[in-house]
Design a protein around this ligand. Structure first.
Ligand SMILES: [Ca+2]
Length: 187
């Protein structure tokens, strides 16, 4: 029992790093197709920057640490008025296009939850009409500890279920014998 309690305490007290924030304005342009690596922390990780010129690649790599998963990737876009563009995003082998009418999109829903691992994120921007205008972007990548029950928790859940089952069965038996006694009383 003491070992079980210890397991529960260890299982629930793991500490995770806080979310990362990166901005091209202060950290430097995410230029090219091989960008920096960001190890995600628990919470809303934010990566923001700007697309400019006619065509631009802004890329980075994300690492989802062991014991966590990403449950939502949201992208907010802030284009200057008048610019029309198409941006293609890629994680691994999955592509998603976002058009200039979109301002706020959840990306890669089909990959959620995204488990531990290293993933390339490529942003390919093409502006069809206004090479001098820019489009701001901000990624919000929400990572959270995985809620896989610890073996100790599973054991407790199991014994809890058995107790509940016994209680329901006893109540049902009592109710049944009560009804029978009532019937006998009427007869
Ligand atoms: Ca950029």
């Amino acid at each position: 029992m003491r070992r079980l309690m210890l397991g529960l305490i260890v299982g629930t007290s793991a500490a995770y790093a806080g979310p990362i924030h990166y901005d091209e304005g202060t950290g430097g342009d995410l230029e090219g197709v091989l960008g920096p690596t960001f190890v995600l922390g628990s919470g809303n990780n934010r990566i923001s920057g700007t697309f400019g010129s006619l065509a631009e690649f802004d890329s980075f790599e994300i690492v989802v640490p062991e014991g966590q998963h990403v449950d939502r990737i949201r992208l907010v876009l802030d284009p200057q008025p008048g610019v029309t563009w198409l941006t293609s995003f890629r994680i691994g082998n999955v592509f998603q296009d976002v058009r200039s009418t979109d301002r706020r999109v959840d990306l890669f829903d089909q990959l959620m939850p995204l488990g531990p691992g290293t993933y390339d994120v490529t942003q390919a921007y093409y502006s069809g009409n206004a090479p001098d205008l820019t489009t701001g972007y901000s990624w919000s990548i929400h990572a959270t500890p995985r809620t896989v029950p610890e073996p100790g928790t599973m054991a407790l859940m199991g014994s809890g279920l058995v107790a509940l089952f016994m209680l329901v069965r006893r109540r049902r038996t009592e109710a049944d014998s009560g009804t029978k006694a009532e019937r006998r009383g009427r007869n």
